[in-house]
Write a protein that binds this ligand. Structure first.
Ligand code: CA
Length: 312
């Protein structure tokens, strides 16, 4: 995206693709360039009967609507936007047809020279700075929690059959655990937001080399292409944002904290009580659904056969 002179020196590209194996795209993406920076969101919905699509769309719309109304970004506003999205999706999910719907959401709110990140679920935000790639967000997933506790290795986590199970989502419960991260942006920083359709098939080294070698527009297209070349098992969404230059610091009230911090910090806002871990099964595909019906039918046949044998 080209930026007129009055807008910040950003280059960005946001793409979403259904991948090679799914008919629907249950991911949703959003981008908007603002006078102070911009807002970028990726969300990965789950739930049967197309409700995953509804949940991810609701998340990006609610978060964007609330944040873009605001002229003075702050971590509190970001928290509120996520809380409101959670409430709205949870309410919609009380409809019997939408039961079980929920979504991840990872939002980058650039309030240059600062960056705020809101995060729920297993989509990711990465930062490429000085040739080094770091993952800014923690995955709220069953395997990532075991990995952090040292109960699984990286290789085991990648192939674990519960690798798609997330432990925190917007809309699944009355309250969600919302991570808020802040950092000072440096000129030349590149941000990547993505859903697990990218991060589960393309490793961090490849992400780093693509982000480093290409413009944001080319990098976004390359990453989607790579996910598809590696089988495209899932919907894939990416947002690549390059900050070319910084405006003079406007020092919002939370900025002093970030000026003093050598690395990204986590804001401790909202409920001081941690929410319990909640396990959410991902939507199963048709084959698995028919697979379980088949198994049930076999059991019924077996029971009928045994009854028949006994009655003779
Ligand atoms: Ca996904």
């Amino acid at each position: 995206m080209s930026t007129p002179e009055s807008l910040p020196a950003l280059r960005s590209s946001v793409l979403t693709d259904p991948g090679q194996r799914r008919e629907l795209n249950e991911d949703a993406v959003f981008q908007s360039i603002t006078s102070y920076g911009g807002l970028f969101i990726v969300a990965d919905g789950m739930g049967g009967h197309r409700t995953g699509e509804v949940a991810s769309r609701m998340a990006v719309e609610r978060i964007a609507f609330y944040l873009l109304e605001s002229l003075a970004p702050s971590p509190h506003k970001l928290l509120e936007a996520f809380e409101r999205a959670n409430e709205a999706i949870f309410e919609a999910a009380q409809n019997p047809e939408s039961r079980g719907m929920g979504t991840t959401a990872t939002a980058l709110w650039l309030d240059l020279p600062y960056a705020l990140i809101g995060h729920v679920g297993d989509s990711r935000a990465y930062l490429l700075r000085g040739g080094e790639l770091s993952q800014l967000t923690e995955d709220h997933s069953w395997v990532a929690e075991r990995l952090r506790q040292g109960l699984l290795t990286e290789a085991e986590a990648r192939s674990h059959r519960w690798r798609n199970v997330i432990t925190n989502a917007l809309g699944s419960f009355p309250r969600a655990r919302i991570d808020l991260i802040g950092l000072k942006v440096h000129p030349g920083d590149r941000f990547l937001l993505c859903t697990d359709g990218l991060s589960s098939v393309v490793d961090d080294r490849t992400l780093q080399s693509v982000l480093q070698s290409f413009s944001p527009e080319e990098a976004a297209a390359q990453l989607v292409q790579l996910a598809n070349q590696w089988g495209g098992p899932d919907n894939v969404s990416v947002a690549v944002i390059g900050v070319e230059a910084l405006p003079p610091s406007t020092r919002p009230s939370y900025g002093a904290l970030l000026e003093a911090a050598p690395s990204p910090i986590r804001f401790q806002l909202g409920d001081p009580e941690p929410l319990p871990t909640q396990v959410m099964e991902p939507a199963r595909n048709l084959w698995q659904r028919w697979g379980s019906w088949g198994l049930l039918a076999l059991w019924l046949l077996l029971v009928l056969y045994l009854l028949f044998v006994h009655s003779r």
